[in-house]
Design a protein around this ligand. Sequence first.
Ligand SMILES: [Fe+2]
Length: 200
Amino acid sequence: MSIHLLGRNTFGDVANTGNLMPIEEAHQLLNEWVPNDRLRLHMKQVAAVMKAWAIEKEQADELTARKWELAGLLHDADWEKYPDDHCRVIVEELERRNIDPEVIHCIASHGPQYFGVEPNNIMDKMIYVFDELSGFIHASALIRPTKYDGMDVKSILKKLKTPSFAAQVNRDDITDAIARINTPLEDIIQFIIDHQKDVQ
Ligand SMILES: [Fe+2]
């Protein structure tokens, strides 16, 4: 990924706190903006893992879980159509739609060294943790005859240490993201496998 600094650290309007779009509308936006099935699946997988983490690990209420899900679902929405302006376009679109500022900040901080926005809260930190790892684990599943069935954490750890495998996945990003949370990499990998394997 190339550098697309957003040049600011505040996003949206606090007056819009709690204002989300219906999940059907988010899917519609994805269908319009992201013709690539595989990229759409990536966002659905990150959304599923984000929502599950919010509910299972952060005891999130329904609205909060929906925020995590929405951020996951839209975080790369502009990547395919606006590769030179990735992140800015979706952030500005969500501001125009008066979406909750925490959701917009979460999307803006999903790659701190690319967009120049530091993850603040646990939602921000987890999207950063899940994004690259989710894609990496899915790439690993695709080359296995049984896909996710029988996939174990060890094989993923081994592939992470093999630079030629899914070489576009930046291992430094994963290391940096994991260093910001209190959960070991192994547990994160298992959580992702469990929660994205059935996403379609
Ligand atoms: Fe992503």
